[in-house]
Design a protein around this ligand. Sequence first.
Ligand SMILES: [Zn+2]
Length: 227
Amino acid sequence: MSDRQKGLLPAIENLFPCAEHIFCVWHIHDKFKATYRGNLYKYMLYKCAHATTIPEFETAMDELKAFNPDAHLWFSNIHPKHWSKSHFSGRAVSDMLINNMCEVFNGKIVEGRDIPIISALEYIREYLMRRIVNVLEVIDKSEGLFTPTATTELQNIRTNAAHYTVQWNGGDLDQVSGRPGKQRVVDLVKRTCTCRRWELTGIPCEHVVTTIWNKALNGGRVGAVES
Ligand SMILES: [Zn+2]
């Protein structure tokens, strides 16, 4: 993930031709808002970025087009494969849309960047050592299997999962229905859901959670949601 800096675009394409290059949505919005200000534009942009399927993305883009065709046109030079989840392959298995992590890392190594390379690497190694210890301390204080943030996120997914009903198709698939227009198909064997969130982030979506519950209720050997 990068901030779409001009020099980086050809460099990444030449050096890492197979890499999936994501552009930080915060930086895209930063440029976008120079012309299109206001929370509504921001909301619409993030709605397009967070869409996990192409139809959802296209609907969100159509809303932007209806609101302001020029704002919609602004995105014609940035292919959605770089900034919308709907076009990500899922190979990265990540929920990130903004490069906070890189910015923090960049900020932490600022003093070590202009020194000779071996010393710079030593500086980074020591920073990473401290960071790993900090993370271990967070893990030690956590109850359950995950960090507090991940636990809260999974709890929210569980709460939403309670709104659905599941119909098994007799094979590997389950149809999950609930809110109108929100029907999905889950495949627990291939570990996919048609909302694509499971593939994109590695975190089971609400449809998957409700399917796992349903299987467990019917005597299926599905294990815990956390596994
Ligand atoms: Zn799903």
